[in-house]
Write a protein that binds this ligand. Structure first.
Ligand code: GUN
Ligand code: FE
Length: 457
C-alpha cells in the first residue's frame, strides 16, 4: 500500500556522535511515499512552518507539548520464543537456566498455535517500546520460525529472524538430529523469507548457531560455509559466563579462544553479531575488531543471570562496534529504553572498580540503542538517525499526556515535566523514568506500526 507524503513537525532528537545529541527544537522532516526522509529542516524559521514546493498538500503529523521525534530503537539480540519467561529466572546462572527454564519453553514451539500467540505478543510489545528493528532468535522449529517472520512482516517490524541450530549438549527432547538436518532446516527458513520478502527489505534471515557448546564442529563449519555462500548475516553468543567459557575451552581444546572457535568455522565476519562478550580477552577483542564483527551488549541479562559486567568502555575505546540487546528472557525486559538504563547502571558498577571513565552517559546509551545498533545490523545507511535518504523508522515520544500541557497525568507515566527543564534534562528524564506510555506512536519505513490511545494520526 502506498504511503501518504507526510511532514513531521516538532522537536526531533537523534545522536550526532557517540557522546552528542543533535536536538532540533523547531524541526520539520518530510517523508515521501517511499517511506524515506526527503528533507530535514533543523530550524523552522521563527517557529513558523511552510511546506516546501510540492509538499503543500502533504499530511501533517505534529508533536504535542513535551513531545519529540526520536529514531526507532534497534534491539540487536532478543529471543522471541523466550518472551513468556521474561522475569522468570530465579537465582539460576546460564547453564542451569538453559536446562531449567529455557529449553522446556522453546521445545513447546512445536505447537504452532502457541507459537502464534507468543510471537504476535512479542512483536506487538517490542513495537510498543519503540523497537523498530529486532534481531530475533526463534527456536529449532521451521514452521514456528517461519511464522515469526510472517508476524514481523504483517505487523511491519524490521527484523532479522533466526532458526536456532543446536546438535550437541542439548536435551533429547529439543535438538537437531544431525548436521544435515540443521542445515536443511536453516535453508528452509531462509527460503521462506526469500518468498515473503525477496529483497529482505523488511525481514532478513539470519544464520543462528545457538552457541559453540551446543554445536558440533561440523555444524559450526557447515553454518560458516552457508554464511559465506549466501552472504546472510549470522548471530550467536560469546563469552557470556565463566562456566560456559571453561566448557568451551574443554570442548574445543585445539582453539586458542572462544572467539577463535567461531573464526575457525568461518563464522566471524563483518556480518556476525556476538551477544554478551562479557569475559573476552584482549586478543579476542583484537580478533573481533580485525574481522569487523559486531557486539550486542546485554546488561539486564548479564546482571540477572549474574554472568558478569561487560566492559563497554574498553570495547568502544578499542574500536569495536557495539549495540544493545534485551536478550529476553535472560534479560527481564523487552524495552530497549530500560536496557539503555541498565547499560548506564552496569557501567557505573564497572566504574566503581575500574574508574570513572567506564561510566556511560545518557547520550552514549542512546547512541548504542540507535546508531550503534544500526551499525551492528549493517543498516547504518538506512536507519538509526534522521538524514535525507534514510528510512523513517521513528518514534514519537511524549513526556506528558497526549495533548496535555502539564505532564502529570496517568497517561504520561512516570515522567514528570515541571516546565523549567532543558531538552537535555527532558531526555535524561525520559531515559531514567520513561516507559512505553511515553511512546506515543511508532513508524517503520514511514508506516505507522504502533500508536497509544489518544494519538491522532
Ligand atoms: N547461550 C546459549 N543460549 C542462550 C540463550 O538462550 N540465552 C542466553 N542469554 N545465552 C545463551
Ligand atoms: Fe541470548
Amino acid at each position: 500500500m502506498a504511503l501518504e507524503k507526510t511532514i513531521y513537525i516538532g522537536p526531533f532528537i537523534h545522536c550526532e556522535t557517540l557522546t552528542e545529541l543533535d536536538i532540533a527544537v523547531h524541526g520539520m522532516i518530510g517523508v515521501g511515499e517511499d517511506g524515506k526522509i526527503a528533507f530535514v529542516v533543523r530550524d523552522v524559521e521563527g517557529g513558523q512552518l511552510s511546506a516546501p514546493d510540492g509538499w503543500e498538500t502533504a499530511k501533517i503529523v505534529q508533536t504535542p507539548d513535551h513531545g519529540f521525534f526520536f529514531p526507532g530503537f534497534i534491539d540487536t539480540h532478543i529471543h522471541a520464543s523466550q518472551y513468556p519467561n521474561a522475569g522468570v529466572f530465579g537465582k539460576s546462572t546460564l547453564l542451569d537456566w538453559l536446562n531449567t527454564y529455557t529449553f522446556p519453553l522453546e521445545s513447546s514451539f512445536s505447537d504452532l498455535e502457541k507459537a502464534a500467540r507468543i510471537y504476535n505478543r512479542v512483536v506487538a510489545r517490542t513495537l510498543s517500546h519503540g523497537t523498530t528493528t529486532a534481531c530475533y532468535y526463534a527456536t529449532v522449529h521451521v514452521p514456528a520460525t517461519n511464522l515469526l517472520a510472517d508476524v514481523c512482516q504483517s505487523k511491519g517490524q524490521r527484523a532479522f529472524v533466526g532458526r536456532v541450530c543446536m546438535d550437541r549438549l542439548s536435551p533429547d527432547y529439543y535438538r537437531d538430529e544431525s548436521v544435515e538436518s540443521a542445515i536443511t532446516a536453516t535453508r528452509q527458513c531462509i527460503d521462506h523469507i526469500k518468498k515473503i520478502d525477496p529483497k529482505f527489505d523488511l525481514v532478513t534471515p539470519i544464520i543462528t548457531p545457538r552457541f559453540a557448546p551446543s554445536c558440533t564442529d561440523e555444524t559450526l563449519k557447515a553454518l560458516g560455509d552457508l554464511h559465506h555462500e549466501t552472504g546472510i548475516p549470522c548471530q550467536t553468543h560469546v563469552s557470556e559466563n565463566k562456566a560456559e567459557c571453561q566448557l568451551v575451552k574443554e570442548m574445543f581444546p585445539q582453539s586458542q579462544s572462544y572467539t577463535h572457535v567461531y573464526d575457525e568455522a568461518g563464522l566471524l565476519t563483518q556480518k556476525t553479531i556476538l551477544a554478551h562478550a562479557v569475559h573476552l580477552t584482549k586478543d579476542e577483542r583484537a580478533l573481533i575488531k580485525q574481522r569487523k564483527a559486531k557486539v550486542s551488549h546485554c546488561p539486564a541479562s548479564n546482571t540477572a543471570l549474574t554472568s558478569g559486567t561487560a566492559k563497554v568502555r574498553t570495547m568502544l575505546d578499542e574500536g569495536l562496534t557495539v549495540g544493545l540487546g534485551t536478550d529476553v528472557s535472560g534479560g527481564y525486559t523487552s524495552s530497549l529504553l530500560a536496557e539503555a538504563r541498565e547499560a548506564i547502571f552496569v557501567s557505573r558498577h564497572v566504574a566503581m572498580t575500574d574508574g570513572d571513565d567506564a561510566k556511560l552517559s545518557v547520550e552514549e546509551a542512546l547512541y548504542l540503542a540507535t546508531r550503534g545498533g544500526a551499525k551492528v545490523v549493517g543498516l547504518e545507511n538506512r536507519i538509526g538517525g534522521f538524514e535525507v535518504g534514510k528510512d523513517w523508522d521513528a518514534q514519537m515520544v511524549t513526556l506528558g499526556g497526549v495533548g496535555d500541557t502539564v505532564g502529570l497525568n496517568q497517561e504520561a507515566g512516570l515522567v514528570e515535566i515541571f516546565g523549567g527543564e532543558t531538552w537535555d534534562d527532558k531526555v535524561a528524564k525520559w531515559v531514567y523514568t520513561g516507559d512505553d506510555r511515553n511512546t506515543t506512536a511508532v513508524w517503520v519505513k514511514g508506516k505507522l506500526v504502533h500508536q497509544r490511545p489518544g494519538f491522532k494520526p
